[in-house]
Design a protein around this ligand. Structure first.
Ligand code: NAD
Length: 488
């Protein structure tokens, strides 16, 4: 019998096997992995009520006591690292090698945000001689946290860690495509000593379970990671209750390869930027902008290396790329080959089914040489192993192209010139700029997007700002003169 994944409310798996069951497939074998029991509005309400009931107790704990739990969660996740990584690789098709890093990141998030919460301090104002005014931070309440499928553990854990480290409780909805690893992580969090009701999980589709959660009156804030269109819908629903939202959305990021770049390192970085995580990452460097002086050399080598990427079973140690998560998504990715060629782009490589892989949603990584940044293939997020290469002549032209996008999540710059690096860092409108490095996520620093890539930032200060309320208290330091009303 296939596993049925249910909601976890107040620390208990609820719901049995009634109601709508949704299949989740193994993208490598196309076999049924588990079934998901979709939570309806009533069940969503139970989860929100459980989070509300747990709030006063969790928020009222001394930070050090909460942190005891967060450190225990860190340790427990690491003890179960192999189990979680195998589950994650099987569910998502991400390589075991990469998801081992995600599990370590998930554990690190709980430790890091415990440390950040421990260091939080308030403000005092004594400029007015008659008063002492001080500012304290308080947990904000109950969060709705909605996660995507592309890196379930790494992304869900970060949001949960930031939320509970500052004393809040939450209802988490993983993606309907990849519920298992996140549900197992939350079970392990309870085994590590997390009080019941602090983190509740509900499962189901966005327009049913997700929307009921966002609209629920008990929800004080919404943390969402996913596509920009979904972000718009979520914000509209949240607006009805004036619920604040933090949105981490899509991207179409530029990777600029300057004429003076170390070409071999730039190729290494560009390949990782677009093809790691099976190409399904918000921060993918999907528009590769190459200086004309090195374009032929770069493209020839990039294509040669792309063709040599080892595609196969994500659980095998030598695999560099696994399958696309689901069939409809794979077909959508492939449809961009026709879109691109109709727009005048040249298909350089990819798009076929890799030899020897008869089952699974596999695709050979794709690269096209585009004619213009204005074309759809350069403007729309494909969210797959699909590199679009453009050639530029001047660095200012590359910066203009990088900025000519609805998105603004990250940008990569490969150059040996400090002046070029600084110019790009200053003028590219994106939340994170990586110079001569493929990806580097400093958890303490703000991360988030400009424009359609998001609203708000994760990070030490930014997360504290989102997940706490600021309260100002003023107290006279002595007797103050006060007008007296109503005296005869
Ligand atoms: P998605 O927007 O389709 O779904 C994300 C989550 O939202 C899922 O749990 C889904 O069930 C839920 N959802 C969908 N409609 C909803 C609604 N109306 N109300 C409430 N919840 C709803 O995204 P996806 O396909 O799972 O993930 C891929 C997208 O996520 C890409 O666009 C990618 O760039 C983006 N992403 C962004 C970041 C970032 O940090 N900026 C990180 C990872 C992924």
């Amino acid at each position: 019998m296939t596993e049925i994944v249910t909601s976890l409310i107040d620390g208990v798996a609820v719901g049995g096997t009634d109601g709508t069951l949704l299949p989740a497939l193994n993208p490598t074998t196309e076999e049924l992995l588990c079934q998901l029991r979709e939570a309806d509005a009533d069940e969503v309400g139970q989860a929100a009520d459980a989070a509300r009931a747990a709030f006063a107790g969790w928020a009222g704990l001394a930070t050090d006591r909460r942190n005891d739990v967060l450190y225990a969660i860190h340790d427990t996740l690491l003890v179960h690292a192999d189990e979680l990584a195998t589950l994650e690789a099987r569910t998502t098709g991400l390589t075991l090698t990469s998801v081992r890093g995600h599990v370590a990141r998930a554990a690190a998030s709980f430790r890091s945000f415990a440390e950040i919460a421990s260091g939080l301090a308030g403000e005092t104002y004594s400029q007015n001689a008659d008063y002492l005014t001080y500012v304290t931070r308080e947990p904000k309440g109950v969060a709705a946290l909605i996660a995507p499928w592309n890196a379930p553990l790494a992304l869900a854990s970060m949001r949960v860690a930031t939320c509970i480290a500052f004393g809040n409780t939450c209802v988490l909805k993983p993606s309907e495509y990849t519920p298992q690893s996140v549900c197992r992580m939350v079970e392990l969090m309870h085994e590590a000593g997390l009080p019941k009701g602090v983190v509740n999980v509900i499962n189901g589709r966005g327009h049913i379970t997700g929307e009921a959660l966002i609209a629920h009156k008990q929800i004080d804030m919404v943390g969402f990671t996913g596509g920009s269109e979904t972000g718009r819908a979520i914000m509209a629903t949240a607006a009805r209750n004036l619920t604040p939202t933090i949105l981490e959305l899509g991207g179409k990021s530029a990777a600029i390869i300057a004429g003076d770049a170390d070409i071999e390192r730039a190729i290494d970085g560009a390949l990782l930027g677009i093809y790691s995580s099976n190409g399904q990452q918000c921060l993918g460097g999907s528009r590769i902008l190459v200086h004309r002086s090195i374009a032929d050399q770069f493209i020839a080598r990039f294509v040669e290396r792309t063709k040599a990427i080892r595609i196969g079973d994500p659980l095998a140690a030598t695999t560099e790329m696994g399958p696309i998560l689901f069939e409809r998504h794979r077909d959508r990715i492939l449809s961009y080959i026709d879109i691109a060629t109709a727009e005048g782009a040249e298909l350089l490589t990819g798009g076929g089914r890799p030899a020897g892989l008869e089952r699974g949603f596999f695709v050979e990584p794709i690269a096209v040489l585009a004619k213009s940044n204005a074309t759809r293939v350069c403007q729309e997020e494909i969210f797959g192993p699909f590199a679009t290469i453009l050639i530029f002549d001047e660095i200012d032209e590359a910066i203009t192209i990088a900025n000519a996008s609805d998105f603004g999540l990250v940008a990569y710059v490969w150059t040996t010139s400090l002046a070029t690096a600084m110019r790009c860092s200053r003028t590219i409108r994106a939340g994170t700029i990586w110079i001569n490095t493929p990806m580097m996520r400093e958890l303490r620093a703000p991360f988030g997007g400009y424009k359609a890539s998001g609203i708000g930032r994760d990070g030490a200060t930014s997360s504290a700002d989102f997940f706490t309320e600021l309260k100002t208290t003023s107290i006279p330091v002595g007797d103050i003169a006060m007008a007296r009303m109503g005296l005869a």
